[in-house]
Ligand binder design. Sequence first.
Ligand SMILES: CC(C)(COP(=O)(O)OP(=O)(O)OC[C@H]1O[C@@H](n2cnc3c(N)ncnc32)[C@H](O)[C@@H]1OP(=O)(O)O)[C@@H](O)C(=O)NCCC(=O)NCCS
Length: 167
Amino acid sequence: MTFQDIVFLTEDASHDAVINHINEEAFGPGRFVRSSERVREQGPHDQQLSFVASDRGEIIASVRMTPIYAGTVEGHLLGPLAVRPSHKNLGIGRELVRIVLAAAQKGGSHAVLLVGDPPYYAPLGFAPTKPGALTMPGPFDARRLLAACYGGVDPMALAGEIRHRDS
Ligand SMILES: CC(C)(COP(=O)(O)OP(=O)(O)OC[C@H]1O[C@@H](n2cnc3c(N)ncnc32)[C@H](O)[C@@H]1OP(=O)(O)O)[C@@H](O)C(=O)NCCC(=O)NCCS
């Protein structure tokens, strides 16, 4: 199988079970204690901005987007992002990130935030936020809180609480 076999689709309710399976496989039971998960528990994700990857009919990767406020800025929290082990290192994760960033920007999002590894996300447009300026309901490594911003928003100027926003 190659990247050419992969089709990217907007998420719908029929994908819920397989997405749960993919995330469980990628992150294990500990995924529910993460601070970003506390934010996601505050309300639904936005299916219109969430995508899956399909390999000849089988869903093998997923990325979700949850509407948030970062302080006063309207944005989205990206994640979970997970690719099945059988399909890693084909560029699927990066393509899913590119797709959700383009969709979020088109939809008027001003900041897409995530907690993740800077070496993976920086080439995709994510920059560091100011350590300590943004809070979440629980502890997290501030050096891994990254943002891709639009409409003149400066990632370093983001400040305040990250919380769910009704989309
Ligand atoms: C991280 C993940 C989404 C990457 O998806 P993927 O489709 O395999 O990644 P891509 O093919 O787009 O990119 C692969 C490249 O990213 C690199 N990479 C993968 N994970 C990385 C990480 N955490 N930090 C830095 N680089 C990473 C790979 O080494 C590879 O580098 P290369 O192109 O120089 O060989 C996938 O490995 C996964 O699901 N991991 C488990 C869940 C997870 O950690 N999700 C991210 C949470 S922030």
